[in-house]
Design a protein around this ligand. Structure first.
Ligand code: ADP
Length: 390
């Protein structure tokens, strides 16, 4: 642990396989003397970070996620959340260089595979030393921190996830959290069992994750972005693509309690040229989303049963603007476990401007933008910044 916190600016960075997540801590309690002594470059960088809500073509500041009055190190301030595709890293370095980052000779906390991959580029281009931390340590630390700062309203689950009208978002009391499972759905998927504070194991994972959904959607529908893939999926019908129990049995498979509308074979109709001729891009995106989501749900459920854990926390950017998957996971966890397992999600604020959402647990809007205001993709980046303060 450190005697004095490192000098500002404080950033946390999570350089993932698809997205780079950047968290910036802006102190709001600096004394006049402290502010005076700040170098011009820091002031400029701060102004730049705050002024734009879109960074060029591909960068994006999630202004709605911003967290005020948080405590980091020995300061109080605001957390800002920024993301951009990892493939844009050369442009990001170029921009940082042009803003004078190199003159600060500072240290930046970084996690994710890219912290290793891009380490030399950061040193060479902007004179930055990456302080590297393990991504799973950061994820857990980030979750615990965000949880602590929002107390009783951070966690929620869905009641009646399958019903358009009855679906409700309900606050989940996470004050006695251990043990719980974390399913991190990024490009790939990692599953962690958290037994207590600072005590977790990586128990499983799968390469069929968010990157697979996006990659297959692009191949099958010609779409270009994650948002587009999700929009298409929301308008499609997987029953034109998948083979259901009723396609095989003509109805339910009663002996084992399998309803006719359960998917028996994902993409199972697509061997027929006739069916392929009739299928739409929307249907294909929908089936892809459901295939990937159900597979993750099923693995999570088996791990939970194995580990005898009943609380399953789903995080990662695959769930961004993706209520279909969240509700599907909620249903799958509950249904297949006979009501024993709960799928839990995190957020840190009221979803401003969205009809019907409320932290107290009222009806969730059907608007897909509901899920915009979630910090779930940033836990690693927050955690990496906190690691430096230890
Ligand atoms: P990683 O650290 O592996 O990049 P993330 O938690 O950031 O993982 O999740 C990446 C996944 O999130 C993508 O594979 C995709 O499914 C989804 N996603 C959500 N928003 C976007 C976006 N704007 N661009 C690309 N992928 C996105």
């Amino acid at each position: 642990s450190h005697d004095a916190p490192p000098s500002m600016p404080w950033f946390g960075m999570d350089i993932g396989g698809t997205l780079t997540k950047l968290v910036y801590f802006e102190p709001t309690d600096l004394s006049e003397a402290e502010e005076e002594s700040e170098v011009e470059t820091i002031k400029n960088i701060r102004k730049y970070l705050k002024s734009n809500s879109a960074y060029g073509e591909t960068g994006h500041r999630d202004a709605h996620l911003q967290m005020e009055n948080v405590r980091v190190g020995n300061h109080t301030g605001t957390l800002h959340f920024i993301r951009f595709p990892t493939s844009e890293m050369p442009n990001f370095l170029e921009l940082s260089k042009s803003k004078g980052m190199a003159t600060l000779a500072s240290t930046i906390c970084a996690t994710g595979g890219g912290a290793y991959k891009f380490e030399e580029d950061f040193q060479r281009e902007v004179n930055l030393t990456l302080h590297k931390f393990d991504e799973l340590d950061c994820l857990i630390r980030g979750i615990e921190y965000i949880e602590d700062n929002n107390m009783d309203r951070e966690c929620y689950y869905f009641l009646n996830p399958r019903s358009e009208d009855l679906c409700e978002k309900v606050t989940f009391d996470f004050s006695d959290p251990y043990p719980f499972l974390v399913v991190n759905i990024g490009s790939g998927v990692s599953i962690l069992a958290v037994d207590g504070p600072d005590n977790y194991r990586r128990v499983s994972g799968t390469s069929l994750g968010g990157g697979t959904f996006l990659g297959l959607s692009c191949l099958l529908t010609g779409c270009k972005t994650f948002e587009e893939a999700i929009e298409l999926a929301a308008q499609g019908n997987n029953e034109n693509v998948d083979k259901l129990v009723r396609d095989i049995y003509g109805g339910d498979y009663q002996r084992f309690g399998l309803g006719g509308d359960i998917v028996a074979s994902s993409f199972g109709q697509m061997n027929s040229a006739e069916k392929r001729a009739k299928v739409s891009r929307e249907d294909l995106a929908c089936a892809t989303l459901i295939t990937i989501t159900n597979n993750i749900g099923s693995i999570a459920r088996m791990v939970a049963a194995n580990e005898k854990i009943e609380k399953v926390l789903f995080v990662g950017n695959f769930l961004r603007v993706n209520p279909i998957s969240m509700k599907l996971l909620s249903h799958a966890m509950e249904f297949w476990s006979g009501g024993q397992l709960k799928a839990i999600f995190l957020e840190h604020e009221v979803c401003l401007g969205v009809v019907g959402t409320d932290i107290e647990g009222t009806v969730v809007s059907k608007n897909s933008s509901t899920c915009n205001s979630k910090v779930r993709g940033y836990f690693g980046a927050v955690g990496s910044m906190l690691e430096l303060m230890r």
